[in-house]
Design a protein around this ligand. Structure first.
Ligand code: 5AD
Ligand code: SF4
Length: 433
């Protein structure tokens, strides 16, 4: 999501005649596009803003902007004031970046915009020479998970009009994009309750019909992850067989306190249906350990859920109490050592399962998209249709693009393979190097 927003900010700046520099020491304006989901990234932003304020006070002619989720929060606004930030723009107003710069250039004092603009129909041209196209289909979230700041920073759900999504998808395909990533806080709520809009399952099929080689999406909520979505994935070749389905906890008691709106049993039912209909599916999840009140028994429920689902990958987080969330207000945080110890135990189990799951690809072919060939090292990095990180010897590659790769080695986090074939028919002229 933030990468997409950063791309949009970048295209706005370039369209406005501004130049992007390689090193921040050469910049007249530094923009920080922030995440506020956990406390650690916020601490990093504070440190960076402190350094930039020091440079400004020492006489450097520099403007600083705070953008993204942190800007939307009272916490961020206080930080902006303290560190004398010149531009403050929330995630719903990123297209205000050019007016903000103009205002500064005209000698106005600090600029702030925290609106949620209604112009979700705006058509954004994909960055040139990019093989992955991020395509936002909806914004915001109507859920109220008690630990989460996103409903505050990104507002309620708004689905983009179908026409503008399809225009953008077609423009990406024409520009040679090989993989479209449909983005939203909760993509499977797309179109819900809005007359005239297709369901998410229908939208998936429509985007796939553009003929783009790969369609991926993130992120989903188990609520409304309905059978028609699973069918669309199972029945459509170019919709990737990779599903990220955040579970957050394996304990019903914790799920209730998190207000996740489903129980462990229902989640497992969805996983069973996915595995039945999509053989070889790759599954990943998000987990929070050490949610307030999580007992050892609750945590063990998460461990047993792991054994049952056997995720290929997982993003595991220690609970971070975020000011402004219900769990921050009403529940006491657990000791850090306890959270950290549980996280380590979970990481160990995940490492085991990732290794086991990755080994099933040994000797088999995966289609890998290589987006960059670094000048140093012997390997190039790509990603499989199922989202594995795959390394291939650089000297086997003719250019960027899609390759058939035979997997020879599997570690918990990486697959290593050799190129079997070059999917030349899929490589657009624009991209050929
Ligand atoms: N503490 C820790 N992790 C969190 N997430 C969201 N809020 C918090 C929090 N307060 C995690 C969830 C979510 C992912 C994007 O970030 O697992 O799915
Ligand atoms: Fe946050 Fe829950 Fe919405 Fe995801 S579904 S963005 S975790 S409130």
């Amino acid at each position: 999501m933030n990468e997409y927003d950063s791309n949009t900010i970048l295209s706005e700046l370039v369209a406005g005649g501004h130049q992007v520099v390689d090193s921040s020491s050469d910049a007249d304006l530094i923009l920080l596009n922030t995440c506020a989901v956990r406390g650690k990234p916020v601490e990093k932003v504070v440190t960076l803003l402190g350094e930039l304020r020091k440079e400004k006070r020492a006489g450097r002619n520099l403007a600083v902007g705070l953008m993204g989720c942190l800007a939307q929060l009272d916490e961020g606004q206080e930080i902006a004031k303290k560190f004398e930030v010149d531009i403050l723009i929330g995630p719903g107003a990123i297209t205000d970046i050019l007016p903000a710069i103009e205002a500064l250039e005209a000698g106005n004092p600090a600029f702030a915009s925290l609106d949620f603009k209604e112009d979700l129909a705006t058509h954004i041209t994909p960055a040139p020479n990019s093989l992955t196209g991020f395509l936002t289909i909806m914004r915001g979230c109507n859920h109220h998970c008690t630990y989460c700041i996103v409903p505050t920073t990104r507002g309620p759900e708004v689905s983009r009009p179908l026409e503008s999504i399809m225009l953008e998808a077609e423009a990406m395909q024409a520009a040679g994009v090989q993989e479209i990533y449909l983005l939203g806080q909760n993509v499977n709520s797309y179109g819900l309750g809005v007359p005239g809009l297709p369901s998410f399952a229908e939208l998936l099929r429509l985007v796939a019909q553009t003929g783009i080689p790969r369609v991926k999406f993130t992120t989903s909520h188990p609520m409304n992850f309905s059978s028609d979505i699973i069918d669309a994935i199972a029945e459509t070749d170019n919709i990737c067989k990779y599903i990220h389905l955040p579970v957050q906890s394996g304990s019903d008691r914790v799920l209730r306190r998190m207000a996740r709106e489903y129980k462990r049993g229902r989640y497992l039912e969805i996983v069973r249906e996915i595995k039945e209909k999509i053989p070889d599916v790759v599954l990943s999840t998000d987990i929070i350990v050490g949610f307030p009140g999580e007992s050892e028994e609750d945590f063990e429920q998460t461990l047993t859920l792991y054994e049952e689902v056997q995720y290929d990958a997982a993003y595991m987080f220690m609970y971070s109490a975020r000011p402004g969330t219900p769990s921050y207000k009403h529940f006491d945080d657990l000791p850090r050592e306890l959270k950290s110890e549980r996280l380590q135990r979970l990481i160990e189990r995940q490492k085991h399962w990732s290794h086991v799951k990755n080994q099933r690809w040994l000797g088999r072919d995966l289609r890998v998209l290589v987006k960059e060939i670094a000048s140093s090292g012997d390997y190039a990095v790509g990603h499989s249709d199922q989202n594995h990180t795959v390394l291939v010897p650089k000297n086997q590659l003719e250019s960027l693009g899609l390759y058939d790769v035979t997997i020879e080695t599997a570690t918990p986090h990486t697959l290593y393979g050799v190129v079997k074939g070059y999917r030349s028919e899929a490589i657009p002229l624009l991209m050929a190097q």
